[in-house]
Ligand binder design. Structure first.
Ligand SMILES: [Zn+2]
Length: 243
């Protein structure tokens, strides 16, 4: 033994674990197969109660859930996960078949870190999990080794997956990832209401556009003075009232 080695080297943690909560077997299978190839361990649940129980007992690195679940729905699941000290810092990705704005907002306030709309390719899910975990790295306290490990692991596996499929890039460009998020790549600017000069409160961003290369980001705000909802378009830098 070399007595010079630091005594307790950090113990490698068990590999990244993703908990997939969805009532639909096909969806779970599709994501499970893809994430397994990306070196993720998978746990599955078919309803909200089972999801909550497995989240608490297994403490996954990330939770991917539908909003529409039998028994306890995905919103309630998010709320309970955020309330429990054992699960409150686990990133939550909502992947939902419900595209209406109030559900997206509801998921966000319930605790989702990002909301993706079905149909959502597994490549997109992986990419967003990776982005989310990297983003969390900046935001949350140091020492969150699980999160860092997951981000690193996914980054590596994504490289491998990209190399393995020559037409993947073209494929991804065709299936552009439009989604709602509160942690956009380009930060939403701080703005003042053009009608009453009070601050505009940031709510969410819509990532859209025709392709990944020509993607657009629209940031949504509420006026603190109650004038309504405003939309800021990053490309044109125009602010307009939408409601
Ligand atoms: Zn105003």
């Amino acid at each position: 033994m070399t007595g010079m080695m630091p005594q307790a080297a950090p113990q490698p943690l068990s590999s990244a674990l993703a908990l997939l909560v969805d009532y639909d077997d096909g969806t779970r299978q599709m994501y499970a197969e893809y994430l397994k190839r990306a070196a993720c361990e998978i746990e599955e649940a078919t309803d909200g109660r089972e999801g909550l129980a497995k989240a608490i007992s297994r403490r996954p690195s990330v939770i991917v859930t539908e909003t529409r679940l039998p028994g306890m729905n995905g919103f309630e699941l998010c709320r309970l996960l955020r309330r429990d000290v054992l699960t409150q810092s686990i990133p939550i990705v909502v992947v939902t078949g419900s595209a209406n704005t109030s559900d997206i907002e509801h998921a966000r306030t319930a605790g989702a870190d990002i909301v993706l709309l079905k149909p959502c390719l597994p490549e997109i899910l992986l990419r967003e999990i990776r982005r989310l975990t990297e983003h969390s790295r900046e935001l949350r306290e140091r020492g969150d080794v699980v999160r860092l490990k997951l981000a690193g692991q996914l980054a590596r596996s994504e490289e491998i997956l990209e190399r393995s499929a020559t037409n993947r890039r073209k494929f991804l460009a065709r299936s552009h990832n439009r989604h709602e998020t509160t942690s956009p790549t380009t930060a939403a600017p701080e703005l003042i209401c053009p009608e009453c000069d009070q601050p505009l409160l940031y709510r969410r961003s819509h990532i859209g556009g025709v392709s990944e290369r020509h993607s657009e980001q629209w940031d949504y705000y509420e006026c603190a003075g109650g004038c309504g909802t405003f939309q800021y378009r990053q490309r044109t830098r125009k602010l307009r009232r939408v409601e």
